[in-house]
Design a protein around this ligand. Structure first.
Ligand SMILES: C[S@@+](CC[C@H](N)C(=O)[O-])C[C@H]1O[C@@H](n2cnc3c(N)ncnc32)[C@H](O)[C@@H]1O
Length: 264
């Protein structure tokens, strides 16, 4: 029998349909909310999906956090890539278990965590950021999620635009969340295996145009494609069935391209 009961040190999320609170369970610990507090001791030994009452009777379920719960609630020091876009990145850039991925722009680590979970221990992730404080912040978020920084992750302080592939493997995927990815076209070309996929996340369509033009002018990438993901929640209660009034209107655009054979 799989033992799922919560124990000390577990990461959990207290949730109802509208709110979520991420917590690391500790004996004697307490979650304080504007609906009163929850003693962690009352949660230890309970199963995921249990209903817990705050000190003033507000009921919240408790679960292990999904990856989406985690990245939305983890501490941030930068904008993050939202789960709706992370899902498409993993699928459209075809990030597979065992893949070798070069990442430019670590930030708070949301994209990094999604990639690490997908490639797994047989993969390799080399992740660059120009800021050491960002690398440190992301390392903490990664370690909090995986319990340690995975051995198949290398965090590097450096400029992805100036990437020099000395003692680096060839990568299956290059994924960029940096402001000027057109300056990393040469990086992507030199780092990728033939047929490898480059992906860039950009908030502005003007940036996308510059990036796509650079890819086209380089002549070394094909199947260039830009997409935007719009996700709308629906309210469903009896016969009241309608879109939610609010949605995340815009996050960013995703551009994907395949490296062509050097042999032309
Ligand atoms: C928006 S944040 C990335 C957020 C991250 N994708 C996430 O989901 O948490 C962009 C990051 O790119 C880094 N950056 C900017 N220019 C860079 C460059 N030339 N090379 C490497 N990192 C760079 C910034 O320091 C910043 O941490």
């Amino acid at each position: 029998m799989v033992v799922l009961a919560f124990k000390e040190g577990d990461l959990v999320v207290f949730a109802d349909h509208r709110v979520q609170f991420l917590q690391r369970l500790a004996r004697g610990g307490r979650l304080c909310t504007h609906w009163g507090y929850i003693e962690h001791d009352n949660v230890l030994g309970q199963e995921p999906g249990s209903l817990i009452e705050t000190s003033v009777g507000k009921k919240l379920w408790v679960f292990y956090p999904s990856l989406s719960d985690y990245v939305m609630k983890m501490p941030r020091k930068s904008g993050i890539i939202y789960p709706k876009d992370l899902g498409i990145i993993l699928m459209w850039a075809d990030v597979f278990p065992g893949a070798r991925v070069l990442l430019g722009g670590v930030g708070s680590g949301a994209l990094l965590i999604a990639i690490l979970r997908q490639v797994g221990a047989t993969g390799k992730v080399v992740a660059y950021d120009v800021r050491q404080d960002m690398l440190d912040w992301a390392a903490e978020n990664v370690a909090a999620y995986f319990r340690e920084v995975p051995s198949f992750l290398e965090l590097k302080l450096g400029d992805i635009y100036e990437y020099q592939p000395i003692n680096e493997p060839q990568f299956d995927r290059v994924i960029l969340d940096v402001p000027e990815p057109w300056r990393a076209v040469e990086t992507a070309f030199s780092a990728l295996v033939p047929g490898g996929i480059a992906c860039s996340y950009l908030p502005s369509i003007v940036q996308v145009q510059t990036f796509v033009t650079a890819l086209q002018e380089a002549g070394s990438f094909g199947l260039v494609e830009t997409v935007e993901v719009m996700m709308r929640d629906w309210y469903v209660a009896g016969r009241a069935v309608r879109p939610e009034h609010r949605m995340v209107g815009h996050t960013g655009f995703l551009t994907f391209a395949r490296k062509l054979s050097c042999q032309g």
